[in-house]
Design a protein around this ligand. Sequence first.
Ligand code: SAH
Ligand code: SF4
Ligand code: F3S
Length: 482
Amino acid sequence: MYNEIDFDKIDITMEPPVEEPARQYYFIAKCRRQVQGLKRELGRQPTFFIQTFGCQMNARDSEKLTGILEMVGYRQSEVEEADFVIYNTCTVRENANNKVWGRLGYLNAYKKRHPNMKIALCGCMMQEPEVIEKLKKSYAFVDLVFGTHNIYKFAELLEASLAQPGMVVDIWTDTDKIVEDLPVERKYPFKSGVNIMFGCNNFCSYCIVPYVRGRERSRKPEDILLEIKRLAKDGVVEIMLLGQNVNSYGKNLKEPITFAELLRKIEEIEGIERIRFMTSHPKDLSGDLVEAIRDSKKICRHLHLPLQSGSSRILKEMNRHYDKGQYLALVKKIREAVPDIALTTDIIVGFPGETEEDFLETMDVVEQVGYESAFTFIYSKRTGTPAAKMECQVPQEVVKNRFDRLLEKVQAIAAKRAEAYTGRVEPVLVEEVNAQDEALVTGRLGSNFVVHFPGSREMVGKIVNVELKECKGFYFYGEAIT
Ligand code: SAH
Ligand code: SF4
Ligand code: F3S
């Protein structure tokens, strides 16, 4: 285990080992000396700032980057004006990219005044060849650039960057490698994401993720279980299993295992009280999984089931492998087995060729299902995806109009669904002291709704029963029941 290693005892005068993770341990040791030198130069401990864009996968990756940075001797800073700044980027929609370009402008100005600082970029956006070209051409002040497939090499790349001026770039097009047992620093002591698989093989026609995250790879069940057992020992009570399509977990392992089977094994781990997962592709949601959820005492009564569109024609164009009827039948089956389950979803508006009729099909599904919450997105054209080449891109004002109508419906329904919880007593995992009012704490129900109630710092990380007194649309005010 990495936390049993004394990094200062590693002999860095030798050649680095070839095998992983020993190779990264060697570079962690090397970085530690470099950062100690930096500390002497600055007369204080060097700081780092990390900004994460995008999804839960990226959030988890950032915890891994943070783990390394702290291990080599940096201290985390809440402000961007730090000695080492790293952006973990997302490229799922155009606006995710724009944010990064905007922030780089600011960093450039700051670096001119602080030439010794280092700027690093990693994550999904770096897997796009046009981005790398643009960086090399016009953003020479960036020091380190790497992608999603070689993130485990961060210590090695950091060492190279600290040792020399100029831009270090290392991007891989794909990998079949999974490196375990590297340092990781959780954002919350009591809950944690756990990667169960990487990459995606689904190639939904609008989506760039398969191109930037590579082919689907599942972690071995024994590695996942070991990680969760360690987390439980370390005080974690809630885990979120992460994958782009968790329902196809394990299919390509040497000894195949299903997601439902994995869940049943995780259920037995003592100390873990809540299990969540993200994301479930409707096409692969098995009857066995529905039963596993029904029979579980720990799996939260919440399922995120991305719809994307309610029109069977558009779903076909999207390459989603289900139609409106199949989606609704699946929802019915889940609700029959687990009546109190909260359903949430993702919807894209303005996919190429989407007509008013197609859009009304989406509105119809939203109404029929009655989601507790829905993320709505305006279709964003991603270079390299099949949809980017499709004719009939929908005019912006039409999309905007549909988006507003959809959002209004989604919010009205969500408020109604939430209202129905009022008066219930529900177990709540307390996550933090309320930022606005210190007399309150904030936590989440199993269904993922947020509740604020009178409490104290000692409650953070604990599961308490809370009566939901007042519904405020998409959150509640409550009172702890002792
Ligand atoms: N693997 C998950 C989703 C990952 S991306 C799944 O299959 O559900 C998260 C969400 O971003 C998607 O569900 C989709 O709604 C949205 N999205 C992906 N590509 C998009 C694009 N090009 N334009 C707009 N939204 C997009
Ligand atoms: Fe993208 Fe589809 Fe894969 Fe989700 S399942 S990441 S939407 S390609
Ligand atoms: Fe974005 Fe990459 Fe996640 S593109 S949504 S950070 S997988």
